[in-house]
Design a binder for this molecule. Structure first.
Ligand code: ZN
Ligand code: ZN
Length: 347
């Protein structure tokens, strides 16, 4: 279609109602196919200076146990305080604030300092999925927690200060902006069509097959039609699931397999340990059923052309709306055709 592949155009994100500007004419030159030297990481399996490694001292007096699988602890420098109270401020509806109580936890994926999701076994990643599921359920039950955000920042480019494989879980009283927008988008669709927005969208993608990167029995990874970041992907379950704790153990295995598959492809794309922010979006835990909600994960990687050339959100993107040159279809094709074995394994 000329509109999508040759003409400057806008694409709408039905989850949020926001638009993205796409400029395919600027990316028509053939791919240069850089052959970069893989940056072989020689990090040790244990780092005595790492505050996440087993047996090491963290801030204050806390000492990590000699954990052997996953390890969860309350963040020593939490962004949220559970005892923040309920104070509010409102001057003429213009200067408005409210207390935001909440909890911040850290989940170490593995005792091994030098692993990443792409370098872990499916069975070990499945244990991480199980931990996420337990944490979601536990935090959802805490009085005053209405949303649970599980997210991983990977790589220095994304501000991750420690390479030890870990993620964070923030549980908040309020439903954050992105979730509020996606709740509205999904609720509107649900009331109109009686089916989940993302499942109907997945059907269209499975017919078109232009933006799919990876599929297994229970999950699909695709570049959304409305993707903002050059190699952004979304991970979707094949049936209606509102939150991660509703997955069967077979589905949790499939999710682990999908996470491994996409992170390996990301590492292989520019032969680097690929940076990203990823996280799960799922139904708020505010006491309502939220039948409209479909569990999914977003991967937002900053890299554009190589291990060092990143996309910036500046100028028109910061002041107007996001813009991209390489089309989501082209990005999906690049990711789909990459080897499924990790580059360090000599694929
Ligand atoms: Zn470590
Ligand atoms: Zn989402």
């Amino acid at each position: 279609m000329r509109l999508l592949q040759e003409t400057s155009h806008r694409r709408r994100n039905p989850l949020t109602g926001e638009w993205i500007l796409v400029s395919p004419h600027r990316a028509q030159r053939p791919w240069q196919g850089q052959t970069e030297q893989p940056a072989r990481v020689t990090a040790p399996a244990y780092d005595p200076k790492c505050y996440l490694c087993p047996g090491n001292r963290r801030a204050g007096d806390a000492v990590n146990p000699q954990y052997t699988q996953t390890f969860v602890f309350d963040n020593d420098f939490p962004a949220l305080m559970m005892d923040a109270g309920a104070e509010t401020l409102d001057h003429a509806g213009l200067i408005v604030a409210e207390a935001e109580p909440g909890l911040c936890r850290v989940v170490c994926f593995s005792p091994r300092h030098n692993l990443t999701l792409a370098r872990m076994d499916v069975a070990d990643i499945a244990r991480v999925v199980e931990t996420w599921s337990d944490q979601y359920r536990t935090l959802a039950a805490v009085d005053g927690v209405n949303f649970v955000q599980i997210f991983e920042n990977r790589g220095e480019m994304m501000g991750a200060s420690n390479p030890h494989p870990h993620c964070q879980i923030w549980a908040t009283r309020s439903v954050p902006n992105e979730i509020a927008k996606e709740t509205a988008g999904q609720a509107e669709y649900w009331h109109k069509h009686g089916s989940p927005l993302l499942l109907d969208y997945l059907k269209l993608e499975k017919d078109a097959r232009e933006r799919i990167v990876f599929e297994n029995e229970h999950f699909t990874v695709l570049v959304p039609f409305w993707a903002v970041w050059p190699f952004e992907t979304m991970l979707l379950p094949h049936h209606h699931v509102g939150s991660i704790d509703e997955l069967t153990s077979a589905e949790a295995q499939s999710l682990a397999d999908s996470l491994r598959a996409i992170t390996i492809r990301y590492d292989n794309l520019f032969a680097t340990s690929f940076p990203y922010s990823m996280g799960f979006h799922q139904r708020p835990t505010d006491g309502t059923a939220h039948a409209e909600w479909q569990l999914h994960a977003h991967f937002y990687p900053p890299l554009l052309r190589s291990a060092t050339v990143r996309k910036f959100m500046v100028g028109f993107e910061l002041l107007g709306e996001p813009q991209r040159d390489i089309t989501p279809e082209h990005a999906a094709e690049r990711l789909r055709t990459l080897p499924s074995r990790h580059y360090l394994d000599g694929a």
